[in-house]
Design a protein around this ligand. Structure first.
Ligand code: ADP
Length: 549
């Protein structure tokens, strides 16, 4: 900066002052009527040709309003008299510039312009910074009274107020703009989300329709049932025909109707999962279709249970495959049973003969052979039971009986063939159940043989029962390898076996527990396991306690 004044014109707080000035966002902005008007007013009041509103920046002095200096927008800080006027809060007055030593080198004063008079009142911000001036100039000398000084100060105040107002207007606009921008993006965003959602819904509808998936919606409050067109087709109805829930039930195979109704009410009243498979005969076409229905109870926006909805798919082909496979297993198992029975007979005959001759080696070999035959028979019976069960051919013959007797018999029987473990029947109070004794016995035997299979030699196995609420609970506890929590949930699935190092060498097909579970469910009971890997397992089942009415 070229300083013409021969003295320091930079105040100590100049950096801060500049920062404050820039805060007003006014530098290098076009003229504005409000500022021009005040400048014009000052020119009239003081009868001067020049009135300016100046803002003193680092290098330049910018004129926000300019009356009488033509198109000049700024001048150098080093030569502008306003640079002096911002050094103190009082009005800077030069009545005759030529008498001021510091102005003699000033181009405005010494040059063609011939500036003779200057009076400038600083523009003082509310926090005390002098950012510029309101000043008047003349080419002739003048005297400037105290009153003139006061008027100029007041005008400077008006200008400063205007600058403040201008800033708040700018800020408000900017805020509004930012808000508008934000609002417009959120709105656009919402529109985008809605569009994406609509598209996804449409795609889902297309795929549901294309895949022949039937859907339904049941409003709990109004008990209205709305089936989709595909659902109507699955039940052999025409798309434009009315199909009520009762119509649907009427088409479901009689043997399965109760199960479907129970599952639906379990979902509506208890929130249970709805997942059922059943055959249904088409209303018009009389075609038998196997259907799988999966549904869910849902809440409305207020959290109230509002509707039960879901999907129905046709699984005839898979079911037919399954049925064919089961029929095959049933047939093979059945065919194997006869030769196995005669094989067992021959073995017994031979054992009897060997015992007479005291042939220890043959007796031993035959006994081992016998054990293998027993295992094989059990396996075949298992397969037969699965196929019977799945063909819906397991019929329970329920009769009231005392549980202690059954449990005693089973434990005795297992103990006869198993010396490897310490099997204990813990005492329990007398309990009555109304059940199929053979099937319940099968469940207990299965628990026991598993406990023997999956726990170390000579370890203890405890069998007992008790009454909890209105259920009779039976348990078999071992000190075996245990089962990890990932597996416990799946143990009762068909063909599920735990895959680990220990279990690898133990034969089995993973159907025992599946059968147990099916038997227990058909007795309106529950089956479960508590286990810890490495420590042991406790298998439980419970069935309703029998009370004589
Ligand atoms: P499997 O014929 O394979 O024994 P199950 O259905 O009876 O079939 O049992 C399924 C699986 O559950 C078994 O393969 C075994 O991994 C596990 N399991 C059953 N009982 C026990 C037990 N008492 N201790 C540890 N694991 C067991």
């Amino acid at each position: 900066m070229d300083n013409t004044f021969g003295m320091n014109i930079i105040p100590e707080n100049d950096q801060e002052r500049i920062a404050v000035l820039r805060r007003y966002k006014i530098l290098d902005t076009p003229p504005e009527r409000a500022f021009d008007n005040v400048a014009q007013l000052a020119a009239r009041i003081f009868h001067v040709p020049i009135a300016l509103i100046s803002l003193v920046d680092t290098e330049k002095v910018f004129f926000k309003a300019n009356i009488g200096m033509e198109t000049v927008k700024s001048s150098d800080r080093g030569s502008s008299l306003c640079s002096l006027a911002i050094l103190h809060p009082e009005v800077t007055i030069f009545e005759d510039t030529l008498k001021e030593p510091c102005l003699l080198a000033n181009p405005l004063v010494a040059g063609d312009f011939g500036l003779k008079f200057y009076a400038g009142a600083p523009l003082i911000t509310p926090d005390g910074f002098m950012i510029g001036t309101f000043c008047i100039k003349d080419k002739k000398t003048r005297s400037f009274s105290k009153q003139d000084e006061e008027i100029l100060k007041d005008l400077a105040k008006i200008v400063m107020d205007e600058i403040e107002l201008r800033l708040s207007a700018i800020n408000e606009t900017e805020e509004q703009q930012a808000l508008n921008k934000e609002l417009s993006t959120t709105i656009t965003e919402q529109v985008e989300i809605r569009k994406a959602l609509q598209k996804a819904e449409e795609m889902l509808r297309f795929s549901i329709e294309a895949a022949n998936v039937g859907t339904w919606y049941f409003d709990i409050a109004t008990e209205t049932f709305r089936p989709s067109s595909s659902l109507k087709k699955l039940f052999g109805y025409a798309v434009d025909e009315e199909m009520t829930y009762q119509h649907i039930l009427a088409q479901i195979n009689e043997d399965y109707r109760g199960k479907v109704i129970a599952a639906a009410s379990g979902t509506i009243y208890k929130g249970a999962n709805y997942n059922v498979e059943f055959p249904a005969t088409g209303f018009h076409d009389q075609k038998v279709r196997w259907l799988k229905a999966i549904g869910k109870l849902d809440h409305d926006a207020a959290g109230r249970l509002s509707h039960f909805s879901g999907v129905v798919i046709e699984i005839t082909e898979q079911k037919q495959d399954e049925i064919r496979k089961n029929d095959f297993i049933a047939m093979v198992s059945h065919e194997l049973k006869t030769p196995l029975t005669s094989l067992k007979g021959y073995m017994q005959l031979l054992t009897g003969k060997a015992k007479k001759t005291d042939d220890a080696f043959t007796i031993n070999a035959l006994e081992r052979g016998n054990t293998q035959i027993t295992k094989m028979t059990a396996m075949i019976n298992g397969f037969l039971n699965v196929s019977r069960l799945e063909a819906g051919k397991i019929h329970l013959e329920k009769l009231p009986f005392r549980l202690e007797q059954l449990m005693r018999d089973i434990v005795d029987e297992v103990m006869m063939t198993t010396q490897s473990h310490d099997i204990v029947l813990l005492p329990f109070p007398p309990l009555m159940v109304n059940a199929d004794a053979d099937k319940i016995g099968q469940v207990i035997s299965n628990f026991l043989s598993n406990a023997v299979k999956y726990s170390p030699l000579h370890s203890r196995i405890e069998v007992t029962a008790c009454l909890t609420g209105n259920m009779v609970q039976v348990s078999v506890k071992d000190q075996g390898m245990g089962i990890s929590s990932e597996d416990t949930g799946k143990l009762f699935d068909r063909f599920y076996r735990v895959e680990n190092r220990h279990a690898q060498n133990i034969s089995g097909f993973g159907i025992g527990l599946y059968l147990c579970a099916e038997i227990v469910y058909r007795h309106d009971g529950q089956i479960w396991v508590n286990s810890e890997t490495g420590k042991g397992s406790a298998f439980y089942f419970s069935i309703p306690n029998y009370t004589i009415a």
